[in-house]
Design a protein around this ligand. Structure first.
Ligand code: KIV
Ligand code: ZN
Length: 551
């Protein structure tokens, strides 16, 4: 997208200039001003508590990121688990367009695993990192500055033997001694790294400070001018996007970010905010990205559904209310002239029409065509399952919209989770008696478990009956109900997070029946938490490898 949504400068009745928007850029775009978008949703984003995406889900997100036009997909941290390795490998083999990157610490096995996972990509990248702050070197790594330098030499040299495209990050860069970090960066450059990423790992820095740090690094390491310099900001103080912008102002030209801002603790800089900031303020910033902004809303919905992380209603760009006007005075203004209260057009981020696509008489061919138009390539068994779910929904709902289909197909991807699956349920509810539920759940060993329970409410009764059927007793930590579209016959969408023996699992369910959606979501969350607990037992990682969620 290259068009601008904003307005023209003008004058009020008294001849006073009113600045509605930035003037248009005088000169054409140059490659030097192009900001590369490095998406880390599948690596740093996936480190958020409770998120555990399977290979199929990661592939689906990676394909959507390619449609969005990101420059680099950091697909995972291959050494951490066989599942992560296989997902990165599958993305490298299947997803065309972006550079596919795998993360590695500086150890030989890490770099080797990252290479084995990404080597089949059209354009592979190895991203290696080690901490350079004294607190990390002394307390976490329990080593010395000199040893860290040696590790950087070895890791970047090893990575360069395999791959032309190598990125190096001095972890906790924003809290490192700049002069020392500059020496480490020089080593990485001398060994052939072409991208240097300086993270604000703990979300501590402030825009002025971060900018000054990059200016100092450019002064101390003139060779940085020939490399791509990158920012990677965490949001602990709510400054991740502001700090990323400060880095761009200092000359950096790659931003590491995640869809919906997910990531460790308070998350990473949100991709959609960074992109729309650069897009909306291009005339001032004179920077641009290669992102197709009209794919933003859809990518956000996909990531939210598959991770179970709901987007807060007032979240910039992708929140439900980001383009809603409540105050009468605002509504009035927008009706007269949209730009009185809107600095962006909702259609620019893909919040456009939700045209009705199908009805209950539509056949398999029509469904397949509609899905194809929406970018979903489904055939064989997957199309059959989607068609069966579509028919069930079309029987209950007069009109099946694009948003419904999107929710339904995304929901189907969840079926891939190995573990428990809901077979059937029945609920008796009455205003004078406590509700009673009976459920049947298929178990990981291939058998079925049946459970019943009388609960406080119908959903409580179903959840407790599932506990009886599975023999598990997780704690319910989050439960949210939403609607996919507007209207009384809208599909219900439920999101659940449970905790089981110290492991969290998130799940979502979509159905015209809210109890069905809740039961599906609960069983999925339980399966994820259970799988995480077992994966942790079975990982058998090398001694120094971080446990998932502890990196
Ligand atoms: O936050 C961080 O420092 C990281 C590095 C691995 C780049 O995620
Ligand atoms: Zn990070």
């Amino acid at each position: 997208m290259s068009s601008h949504d904003t307005q023209h400068a003008g004058a009020d009745g008294n001849g006073v200039a009113i600045r509605h928007a930035d003037p248009q850029p005088a000169s054409p775009r140059s490659e030097a001003d192009r900001v590369k978008i490095f998406d880390t949703t599948l690596r740093d984003g996936e480190q958020s508590p409770g998120i555990s995406l399977n290979k199929q889900e990661k592939l689906e997100i990676a394909h959507q990121l390619a449609r969005l036009g990101v420059d680099v997909i950091e697909a995972g941290f291959p050494i951490t688990s066989p599942g992560d390795f296989e997902s990165v490998q599958a993305i490298a083999r299947e997803v065309e367009g972006p550079v596919i990157c795998g993360l590695a610490r500086t150890s030989k096995q890490d770099v080797e695993a990252a290479w084995q996972a990404v080597k089949d990509a059209e354009r592979p990248r190895i991203h290696t990192f080690i901490a350079t702050s004294d607190i990390h070197i002394e307390r976490k790594l329990q080593t010395t500055r000199e040893d860290v330098k040696g590790q950087v030499h070895a890791a970047v040299a090893q990575a360069r033997e395999y791959c032309e495209d190598v990125e190096f990050s001095p972890e906790d860069g924003s809290r490192s001694d700049v002069a020392y970090m500059a020496e480490v960066i020089q080593i990485a450059l001398d060994e052939g790294a072409s991208t240097i990423n300086v993270p604000d790992t703990v979300g501590y820095t402030m825009p002025g400070e971060y900018r000054a740090m990059f200016e100092e690094l450019y002064r101390l390491v003139p060779d940085l001018r020939a490399a791509t310099v990158s920012v990677h900001c965490h949001n602990d103080l709510g400054l991740a996007v502001a700090n990323s912008l400060a880095g761009l102002e200092a000359g950096c030209r790659q931003v590491e970010c995640a869809i919906n801002g997910i990531g460790e603790r308070a998350g990473n800089a949100s991709l959609e905010e960074v992109v729309m900031l650069v897009h909306t303020r291009e005339p001032s910033l004179r920077l641009w990205t290669g992102i197709d902004t009209t794919e933003i809303a859809r990518t956000s919905r996909l990531v939210s559904r598959l991770t179970g992380y709901q987007v807060q209603p007032n979240k910039a760009i992708v929140g439900r209310n980001a383009f809603a006007h409540e105050a009468g005075i605002h509504q009035d203004g927008v009706l007269k002239e949209r730009t009185t209260y809107e600095i962006m057009d909702a259609t620019t981020v893909g919040l456009s029409s939700n045209a009705i696509v199908l009805g209950k008489h539509s056949g398999r061919h029509a469904l397949s065509k509609a899905l194809q138009d929406m970018g979903f390539e489904l055939d064989g068994a997957a199309l059959n399952t989607a068609f069966k779910r579509f028919k069930e929904i079309a029987d209950r709902k007069k009109q099946v919209t694009a948003m419904d289909l999107e929710a339904l197909v995304t929901d189907e991807l969840r079926e891939e989770i190995a573990g428990y699956a809901l077979e059937w349920f029945e609920v008796e509810d009455h205003s004078q008696r406590s509700p009673h539920a009976k459920v049947s759940v298929s178990l990981p060993d291939g058998g079925s478990g049946v459970g019943s329970f009388t609960g406080d409410g119908p959903i409580d009764a179903v959840f407790q009956a599932i506990n009886v059927a599975t023999g598990q007793s997780p704690t319910l930590s989050e439960f949210t109900i939403g609607a996919v579209t507007e209207g009384q016959d809208a599909l219900g969408e439920v999101s659940v997070v449970v905790e089981l023996g110290g492991f969290t699992g998130a799940g979502q369910g979509v159905s015209t029946d809210i109890i069905d959606a809740a039961a599906r979501a609960y069983v999925r969350a339980l399966s994820v938490a259970d799988a995480r607990a077992h994966a942790d037992d079975a990982l058998g990682l090398p001694e120094a490898a971080p446990a998932k969620g502890a990196r």
